[in-house]
Design a protein around this ligand. Sequence first.
Ligand code: NAP
Length: 434
Amino acid sequence: MEQVNVGIVGLGNVGMGSLTILAENAAGIAAKLGFQLHVKSVCSRSVDTKVLPAALGQVRRTSDWREVVADPEIHIVVELIGGTGVAKELIDAAIAAKKSVVTANKELMALEGAEIWDRAIRSGMNLAMEASVAGGIPIHSVLREGISGDRVVALQGILNGTSNYILTEIERHGTAFADVLAEAQRLGYAEADPSADIDGFDARAKLAILAALAFGVRIVPADIYTEGIRRITPIDFQYAHRLGHTIRLLCSARRSDDGLFLSVRPALIEQSTILASVQGAYNAIWVRGHYGQDTFYYGRGAGPNPTGVAVVSDLMRVAREIRAGSPERVSPFAHERLASNRPLPIDLRKSAYYLRFRVQDKPGIIAALAGILAEKHVSLDAVLQLPSDSKHNLPFVITIEPCLEQAVAEAVAKMAQLEFMVEPPLAIPMERPL
Ligand SMILES: NC(=O)c1ccc[n+]([C@@H]2O[C@H](COP(=O)([O-])OP(=O)(O)OC[C@H]3O[C@@H](n4cnc5c(N)ncnc54)[C@H](OP(=O)(O)O)[C@@H]3O)[C@@H](O)[C@H]2O)c1
């Protein structure tokens, strides 16, 4: 075999980024591999409108992915469509046709990656998915190979660049959430329907994949406790800063004696921690190993070129194995088998909390809130009130000492019923560093 032939399906952001790198960096890639990685076919619905890099040379174009899968000369199919419909059909068909698959599809890999891998390994094919989490950060390689000798005990990550961009813009400029979101949509950083990003579902799929790699567990993404960032306001950053913290949409996974705690939610994190300095659309992952202790990974979480690097690097690894005729495959989930697992209910965790209120000012408010906290055996830590003009919509904050989250949830539900509340209290955990 002189060269390894590749078919790329999906010519959007990631598809075009991957093609650009394969074309522009072809000599460097061949020098590393010792053979050519040849793009034989490309496919998208509107393939004829796509301007391909000239350096790719002669490439077959098709709008029917089945032609790519059916081509006997293609060794690796790259799925860059996204979603769980056509993408799944395509990957299943490719594996059945004895082709290895490279994908960037977090949604599908989080939901059905384990079964797809089973089918791939039974066919003697490979499945690679580095680009599915944190785009340009090679976190899969790290967990699968770099630190696979360790026993991961916890990880924290900022895994959604859109949310991080929005939060850091609110933090920097004091602009309201809705205005920052509208600007992010105008600039193309946020989708027209931003729910997957700002409600935490995109990050949840990524955390499910990381949990599989780190802990060998198969998690149903919907079982992960998830909250989005819609309620975060500029005033929350002012209070968080007063407390020496900032706010980020944090993906968290911790092993305990009883199981795993997994969550995606806004959290107050100490400004002195390395995660707090992650700004804009960047991603980061902090991993704590039992033996090797802390390692930290930082980089662009999305974008055609950073994600394209992950896709092309996967292609190179898979192509090497094909050329070497190696029957050995390392599971893309870093474990030969994944055990089904349900995360522990978040209510059982202990956390310190930030509670932000908006009230109609009147005497006795603090006493009423403190009474509810005492009833639930929750200890108040501090009360903070920044100067405000509005007596009808007065913000202030109470922090509480670490306690069972269930008690906090019950207290907050009761507080929400008080007649002086302008809106339900906002409760954000103050996440301790790993
Ligand atoms: N964007 C990022 O930075 C990023 C980062 C990490 C991972 N990912 C993942 O990478 C994947 C691709 O994302 P993207 O942002 O590149 O998406 P995108 O820009 O929307 O591109 C999707 C491509 O798929 C093609 N397509 C859709 N349905 C098709 C079908 N039935 N047959 C053939 N082609 C079809 C589209 O064709 P037309 O162009 O002809 O409509 C388009 O070229 C997703 O799984 C995403 O989650 C993206």
